[in-house]
Design a protein around this ligand. Structure first.
Ligand SMILES: Nc1ncnc2c1ncn2[C@@H]1O[C@H](COP(=O)(O)OP(=O)(O)OP(=O)(O)O)[C@@H](O)[C@H]1O
Ligand SMILES: [Mg+2]
Length: 315
């Protein structure tokens, strides 16, 4: 499918929010496509949550518009809510009711047939690792348990769009990886589009294909993670770090002759090779041919941290 025919899931046009006289979201133009897993990044107070609240129709923009699947968030908030799942910064459930009951409530609210409710609730609780506390009151849950329950709630609803505001805060490290993979799997399976706010860059890098960085209410950069990453490294290049028992000038010459190599620099017992593509197999062969002894070879792709620092500093 061409880019042009792909459905825009989220579109904001000059979306702006002022609190008193302070502009906290400033003429935001955001476009998110179906199936994107969008990492919404930015420092504390940048305006991420405020943007999300406007997308969901939970707070009114001062000016500009937000649409989700063509529905105007301000004028058609119920339609937006029907197709959107939301995990807020502070998740809210009926605290004096059980986990099962809370999820069953969501299921019924979303029109799930009665004979499927219990099955779906049990499955979802199992998937997020809460089966053993299914009949416990949510008020007795820890923060991380509530966060897991919020993700189970998304599993019940299977929305077209999931908006997750710091979905993994309070979840233990092992659980985080599980949760993220789970979110990414569902997204793929049902073509769910995901918008995820997070300060955990490695988490974002793990599952997002697209990121936007908001600073002082303005989007300072937005795009495909891969592309931004290559730009941050400079000129679409990769860096390969090679450790050898001995570095000779003959060996450096051999590597330089490989087509696609941009530069070879020596740094102690390391060779830092910049190249246009992943040339590790050819580099390894050149080293062996030159009778070199290879100790280690590492490829340095960009890290989302590089991108974040670059654009954050420039903002
Ligand atoms: N209801 C409100 N009334 C007044 N100011 C508000 C209100 N909600 C948010 N703000 C202000 O708007 C700005 C943006 O806040 P927002 O919660 O959107 O940031 P954020 O990017 O989500 O930050 P964080 O990463 O800390 O969650 C902040 O300066 C905040 O103080
Ligand atoms: Mg926030």
């Amino acid at each position: 499918m061409s880019k042009l025919t792909e459905q825009l899931v989220v579109e904001t046009v000059d979306l702006t929010k002022n609190y008193d006289k302070t502009t906290v979201v400033d003429k935001l133009n955001l476009r998110i496509e179906e199936g994107d897993i969008f990492g919404f990044l930015g420092p504390n107070g940048a305006g991420k949550t405020t943007t999300i609240l406007m997308l969901l129709g939970l707070t009114e923009p001062t000016s500009g518009t937000a649409h989700i699947y063509g529905y105007n968030s301000t004028r058609e908030p119920l339609k937006v809510k029907r197709i959107t799942g939301y995990v807020p910064e502070k998740v809210g459930f009926y605290e004096d009711l059980t986990a099962s009951y809370n999820l069953a409530y969501t299921a019924r609210l979303n029109g799930l047939p009665e004979d499927l409710v219990t099955k779906r609730v049990n499955e979802s609780l199992g998937t997020v690792g809460l089966s053993h506390v299914a009949e416990q009151q949510v008020g007795e849950f820890s923060r991380g348990m509530k966060q897991r329950l919020a993700i189970a709630d998304i599993l019940i609803k299977m929305p077209k769009v999931a908006i997750l505001d710091e979905p993994t805060s309070g979840i233990d490290p092992e659980g985080i990886v599980q949760m993220l993979d789970l979110i990414a799997d569902i997204a793929k399976e049902i073509k769910m589009t995901v918008i995820m706010c997070s300060h955990q860059l490695y988490q974002v890098q793990r599952i997002c294909n697209r990121v936007g960085i908001l600073v002082n209410g303005k989007l300072v950069v937005e795009g495909l993670l891969d592309q931004l990453g290559r730009e941050a490294l400079g000129g679409g290049r990769l860096r390969i770090e090679v450790k050898l028992t001995e570095i000779t000038s003959k060996l450096i010459d051999c590597i330089k002759r490989i087509s696609g190599i941009v530069s070879v620099e020596r740094s102690g017992d390391l060779l830092l090779i910049t190249c246009l593509e992943d040339l590790r197999p050819k580099i390894a062969k050149a080293i062996i041919d030159a009778n070199g002894l290879l100790v280690e070879m590492k490829i340095q792709r960009y890290a989302l941290e590089d991108i974040y620092r670059k654009y954050f500093r420039e903002a």
